[in-house]
Design a protein around this ligand. Sequence first.
Ligand SMILES: NC(=O)c1ccc[n+]([C@@H]2O[C@H](COP(=O)([O-])OP(=O)(O)OC[C@H]3O[C@@H](n4cnc5c(N)ncnc54)[C@H](OP(=O)(O)O)[C@@H]3O)[C@@H](O)[C@H]2O)c1
Length: 283
Amino acid sequence: MSKSYFIVGANGQLGTALRQQYPQAQFADIGELDITNRESVESFDWSGIDVILNAAAFTNVDGAETSEGRLVCWNVNASAVSNLARVCLKHDMALLHISSDYVFDGTKVPHLEDEVFSPLSVYGASKAAGDAVVMTLDKHYILRTTWVIGEGKNFVRTMLGLAEKGVSPTVVSDQVGRLTFTSELVRAIDHLLTSGAPFGTYNVTNSGNVASWAEITRKIFELAGHSELTVTDISTADYFADKEGIAPRPLGSEMSLEKIQATGFTSRDWTDDLTEYLTKETA
Ligand SMILES: NC(=O)c1ccc[n+]([C@@H]2O[C@H](COP(=O)([O-])OP(=O)(O)OC[C@H]3O[C@@H](n4cnc5c(N)ncnc54)[C@H](OP(=O)(O)O)[C@@H]3O)[C@@H](O)[C@H]2O)c1
């Protein structure tokens, strides 16, 4: 019998992709269910639900460094996760949660699932706390991902916007990783939920050669037909030198994909998904 899913944070990039994948699933975003409100989460009607898919998060990495942002960030990414964990225990539901390479400082690459937390930023620390809560549940999946691209504000759309204005940007060239398209995240989620893969933590990103943001920008411009534009490399330190309130970022974001591959899931090369994404965006 197929399982019943409930998507929280359903209007975000991943939430939107999950709703497309699971049209039968129940779902809510903050307007219908604010997961930071413990009473609302506890009194919610969870009957018939087998798995909560938590796509909710505070993802404004720099915003989390402000005094107000820090509170919201910790509330959504850590305290609210404990609200979800409590109802999962109470109603015998599994919790599928999404995490980030920002729980690490980016010095040990490729990152393995059991690397010790070493977050550099408020966002990274709050995500690590959320992971630690989810790990206390027997029935959990944590998917650690990087550089998410879907329906919403994201790096590819920002660079396309610049290209359309004829801007040749300066882009950081010392942060290295892979894009993760929400289509791949959703495919990995479906694989884990339906294949009987053991509960636990799995890295999930697109596959392919790792690249810097500057290299990715060059690829975007090439594929989108903007080869007249140039991309100038800059280090993260120099890029942020004259800006205030910027969160420190890990330089090495490459995730080892061996664990999820061993369960029978192979992710697509990020350049293939980028090509398809740009075809749709520029149609
Ligand atoms: N984006 C990335 O590059 C990236 C990288 C690595 C990992 N991740 C992780 O991947 C997951 C999905 O990211 P995403 O890019 O899809 O995020 P997103 O687009 O920012 O979506 C997050 C959603 O959660 C909602 N939300 C915020 N506070 C909430 C609350 N209190 N109750 C219920 N919903 C709430 C947001 O609503 P509002 O918009 O109204 O606030 C938004 O709809 C997150 O766990 C994130 O940490 C993302």
